[in-house]
Design a protein around this ligand. Structure first.
Ligand code: AHR
Length: 659
């Protein structure tokens, strides 16, 4: 077992002398384990993902839509001037043409999509365009690639007096077409018009609308998506393929969704995340303002979430609010009353029905209509994100009772609040142990790397009955001059060290997920994040590689192991399946560790060595994506022993064949 040794003054002196007198490579140690000496069963859902629409994680990120504010619904509930219905669009772009674009609400597309743009052309060929994400009228644009196909649609209506045609074109900013455009004659009813583009250039383009004629036209709900998006055959479009690949490569066993703070929302009850707003045809999804400061189109809604989880082979783990607006933020409206909480329980039961219900049920029928008659086999549901105190537990109990009664087969996830230590999680745990011991307890903590190193034994003393979900964790290093906390190697090494403790205790810690998962470069609200991307590229972090290395080497059982050496910053865990033995070694110190491995019960052969190492503060960037990436090597193992040198600041995972 990983016995941390308390340094006495004499040993400290010996360590200092050893470090001072010998070259860095000379710290020697031994790791001993016997493959047949197992301790605890490991969770088969240990490593998964937590996806939240933060940092433009869904819109502008995983959701493949290339247009921003595609249905003119953008607005900021608190600060209406900062985000408005015109965001993402440029108007009156054709020199010599005149006209107006007015936000309108009269006789809208439907009640969930109340705002549209009435564009009036008075002279010339009035042009307006969607500019995509991170664009201005003069720079940026929608990233399109030569030869690829893009599907486009828009809802339009002749406002009564328009004489002419509307041309839809993928163009340069100048208005020059880069793909064959198409013109439409409109009726005076809302109608969806569709076309495809195959651009002749790779370009930061804009989606241009030309009015050839005078009069007014109403525009709403436009869309432009790559035809090869992941899930392009889903009824409402798909997901960005390169980002889905990055998720798949993490081999997740579960997918928590949709938050995070956005589940609770801020300020007003209308800001609660209502799952029913996120299903059905996209033009009928009721967009909402996001706690992180932008609008959510809900194009990546609950159906797309379940489809993604299924594609990843991950257990879905939806989180619903508990009747409370985000307790960590300003709140202008009271929580749901007790009576309202009773009524709200039905929404949660309906979500379970949407996931698992028979196609003859109301919500099961919607799932079938959307393309998935088979149930999604939902097994978990989280009630509340980061909640605490009596105000939470009274509502939690009501919701818990409804779910338990209707669905005893569903495991409920409860919240231990937003911090690692102190009276708040202590009181949550007291309530949980007394009343909700059959829940999985969602703990969240963002702490320094050094905190993670000194708490690898956090779960050694937890009672083994109630299980833990480390639903959000990440090592937060000091904020840098650029205003960001870095995704550097050291933070990743500290997380790896901590995860050896999670594995050793995975009879209690049954799930863990890094947070946040995604960030669009330049549009982030939170750092660090696991996966970064811009309009065209994905950049993986050292932290990503740690999650990946651990997730691809989960054993069935923990094997007892012992480290004998003076380096207090070497962490280890040994696990096994029937076929393989995994040895995870993390060196969080500035010194190499020359280790002798004594492994009983492991036959002679070559072990696979996966290793992540580098300079302590090394980071990956868009200009150097491979500064810190894992290497794969092999190592000869014979007679029950082998030598390996662990570099300073390194994560090493050895895989030995047992048969
Ligand atoms: O992961 C970012 C945020 O951190 C989550 O939304 C919230 O649950 C936590 O405070």
């Amino acid at each position: 077992m990983n016995r941390r040794i308390t340094l006495h003054a004499g040993r400290l002196l010996a360590l200092l002398l050893a470090v001072a007198l010998l070259p860095a490579s000379a710290l020697a140690s031994t790791l001993t384990a016997d493959a047949s000496e197992t301790t605890v069963e490991m969770s088969d859902t240990l490593y998964g993902l937590f996806f939240e629409d933060i940092n433009y994680g869904a819109d502008g990120g995983l959701y493949a839509e290339l247009l921003q504010n595609r249905s003119f619904e953008y607005e900021d509930i608190l600060n209406p001037r900062s985000v408005d219905h015109y965001n993402g669009w440029g108007f009156n772009l054709n020199f010599g043409a005149t006209g107006t674009a007015i936000v309108s609400t009269e006789n809208p597309l439907n009640e969930n999509n109340p705002t549209y743009m009435r564009v009036t052309c008075t002279k010339g060929d009035y042009r307006f365009a969607n500019l995509g994400y991170q664009s201005t009228t003069f720079s940026g644009g929608i990233p399109v690639e030569k030869g690829k196909t893009y599907r486009c649609f828009v809802w339009m209506r002749n406002a009564g007096d328009f004489e002419g045609t509307v041309e839809i074109a993928l163009t340069k900013r100048t208005g020059k077409s880069i793909a064959v455009p198409k013109s439409f004659t409109l009726t005076d009813e809302w109608q969806k018009y569709e076309l495809t583009f195959t651009p002749s250039y790779t370009e930061d383009a804009v989606l241009s609308f030309y009015m050839h004629g005078t009069g007014s036209v109403d525009f709403d709900m436009a869309s432009l998506m790559p035809a090869d998006a992941f899930g392009a055959d889903w009824p409402n479009g798909g997901l960005r393929a390169d980002l889905v690949q990055a998720l798949m490569d993490l081999n997740p066993s579960f997918l928590r969704f949709p938050g995070g703070c956005i589940v609770e929302g801020s300020y007003y009850r209308s800001n609660f995340y209502d799952w029913k707003d996120t299903v059905g045809p996209i033009e009928e999804r009721d967009e909402n303002f996001n706690t992180w400061g932008y609008m959510m189109s809900y194009g990546l809604g609950y159906y797309e979430y379940f489809m993604l989880a299924e594609a990843l082979g991950a257990e879905p783990l939806p989180v619903v609010h508990s009747g409370l607006l985000c307790q960590a933020r300003d709140v202008f409206e009271a929580p749901l009353t007790i009576e309202e909480t009773h009524a709200y329980a039905q929404d949660i039961l309906d979500l379970i029905e949407f996931a698992n219900g028979d196609v003859t049920t109301e919500w099961g029928a919607l799932r079938a209509e959307m393309g998935h008659p088979e149930p999604f086999d939902l097994k978990y549901i989280g009630i509340g994100n980061e909640n605490w105190d009596i105000v939470y537990w009274t509502r939690f109990e009501i919701l818990y009772d409804y779910v338990k009664e209707a669905h005893p087969e569903i495991t409920i996830v409860s919240s231990a609040g937003p911090v690692a230590e102190g009276s708040l999680p202590a009181s949550a745990w007291a309530t949980i142990r007394a009343k909700f011991a059959d829940t999985i307890v969602d703990e969240h903590y963002y702490m320094s790397g050094d905190w993670f190193l000194s708490h690898t034994n956090r779960y050694d003393s937890y009672p083994r009955t109630t299980k833990v979900f480390v639903g959000e964790f990440a090592a937060h290093e000091a904020t840098q001059a650029n205003g960001r906390r870095p995704n550097n190697l050291y933070s990743a090494v500290c997380e790896a060290a901590y995860m050896t403790g999670l594995e050793r205790n995975s009879d209690v810690v049954v799930m863990a997920s890094y947070a946040p998962l995604m960030a669009r470069e330049g549009m982030q609200q939170w750092t660090p994040d696991l996966i970064w991307y811009n309009a065209r590229e994905v950049m993986l972090t050292p932290n990503y590689y740690v999650q990946q290395m651990f997730a691809e080497t989960v054993g069935d059982q923990v094997v007892a192991s012992e480290y004998d050496g003076i380096n207090q910053l070497v962490y280890h865990v040994v696990t096994r399946t029937d076929d393989v033995l995994y040895v995870k070694l993390v060196n969080a110190s500035a010194y190499e560790d020359a280790m002798t491995l004594n492994l009983a019960g492991v036959p002679d052969g070559d072990a696979v060595v996966r290793q992540l190492t580098g300079e302590k503060n090394a980071v990956n960037s868009f200009s150097n994506k491979d500064a810190v990436v894992p290497t794969t090597d092999s190592m000869a193992f014979a007679g029950g022993t082998a030598e390996i040198t662990l570099p300073a600041y390194s994560v090493t995972i050895l895989t030995f064949q047992l048969q």
